[in-house]
Design a protein around this ligand. Structure first.
Ligand code: CIZ
Ligand code: SF4
Length: 305
């Protein structure tokens, strides 16, 4: 089927089923053609919470679809493939969280949204990379536990005076495997480029940044900058969108491995099939959902302040 026919079939099905498509910034660019909302996980969770659609197709990874379901329990939430997992979220389960908490009793737990629903359900508050510093600050606690991303946790600590962030040893392999050598090599090749780094990278890497921020913050900073060239140190989807939206500027992806396979699973055909056959419905046990909803809503309220 030609792309334009596929797009029109998807749009018809969306109308027929009162469905919306949410697309994460790391998705294949073609998904934006039919997405109602495209952006980072914080933005998409806000859209999931306030939509009056009956069906949400999540073009993202499993924890994002779970978060949408938690926020909109009466809606049908579809993920076009159940293999779209997140290696970072898989680094901690409920038992590991309980074990971590038992070593540091009475310290609030901040849980990066890149985690399973049951991990969120036993955390005090969630955060995303866009609001992690504000979320930790909002707790007014001299110590916090931060799961599962040790890199984001240590970045947050570096941004706050007098707060100890005790991190769980998880990480995103895509970001964690980017090295100081990668940055130095690209800097030699592109000495005039701004270096824009995601805080899921190690602290040795973020130390070399001109700017550190979430995907949305990086995109905004690039658009506002007078520089013409940037080395982008996060997942490839960000570079794809910047090349599409800022054609007067030049973008270098840090290396060819900065590609999240789970995020690239979906093409327009998959969105069509998902809508047509209601594949695959994501559900969260209501007892877990209720507790996780509290942690997610608490985050959403912090960021709205
Ligand atoms: O929060 C998100 O959407 C992710 C996974 C990255 C970012 O910085 O936006
Ligand atoms: Fe998870 Fe990393 Fe992929 Fe993001 S880029 S979805 S953190 S594995």
């Amino acid at each position: 089927m030609e792309q334009k026919d596929l797009i029109s079939k998807i749009n018809n099905l969306k109308k027929e089923k009162n469905a919306i498509v949410l697309a994460h910034t790391y998705q294949n660019l073609e998904i934006d053609e039919i997405a109602d909302f495209s952006g980072d996980s914080l933005y998409l969770s806000r859209q999931a919470a306030k939509t009056d659609a009956d069906v949400i197709v999540f073009a993202g990874v499993y924890f994002m679809a779970e978060t949408a379901k938690i926020l909109s329990p009466q809606k049908k939430v579809l993920l076009p493939s159940l293999s779209a997992g997140c290696d970072m979220a898989d680094k901690i389960n409920l038992l590991q969280l309980r074990d971590f908490k038992s070593k540091y009793p009475d310290i609030p737990v901040v849980c990066y949204v890149n985690s399973a629903a049951e991990v969120k359900s036993e955390s005090d508050i969630c955060c995303t990379s866009a609001n992690a510093v504000n979320v930790v600050k909002s707790l007014n606690s001299p110590k916090v536990l931060f799961v599962p991303d040790k890199n984001l946790g240590s970045y947050v600590e570096s941004q706050l005076d007098g707060v100890e962030v005790i991190t769980y040893p998880g990480y995103c392999p895509i970001h964690h495997n980017i090295t100081v050598g990668d940055i130095k090599r690209q800097k030699i090749l592109h000495p005039d480029a701004g270096i824009m780094i995601h805080p899921e990278c190690t602290k040795e890497v973020t130390a070399l940044a001109d700017f550190v921020g979430s995907t949305t913050a990086i995109i905004k900073a690039v658009k506002e900058s007078s520089l013409k060239k940037f080395i982008i140190v996060t997942e490839k989807g960000v570079v794809d969108r910047l090349r599409r939206d800022c054609q007067d500027k030049e973008f270098v992806l840090i290396n060819d491995n900065a590609v999240c396979k789970s995020m690239k699973l979906f093409h327009l055909e998959d969105i069509y099939r998902s809508l047509l056959n209601n594949e695959y419905e994501v559900n969260v046990d209501e007892t877990i959902a209720q507790k996780a909803r509290f942690a997610i809503n608490r985050m959403i309220n912090v960021n709205a302040n």
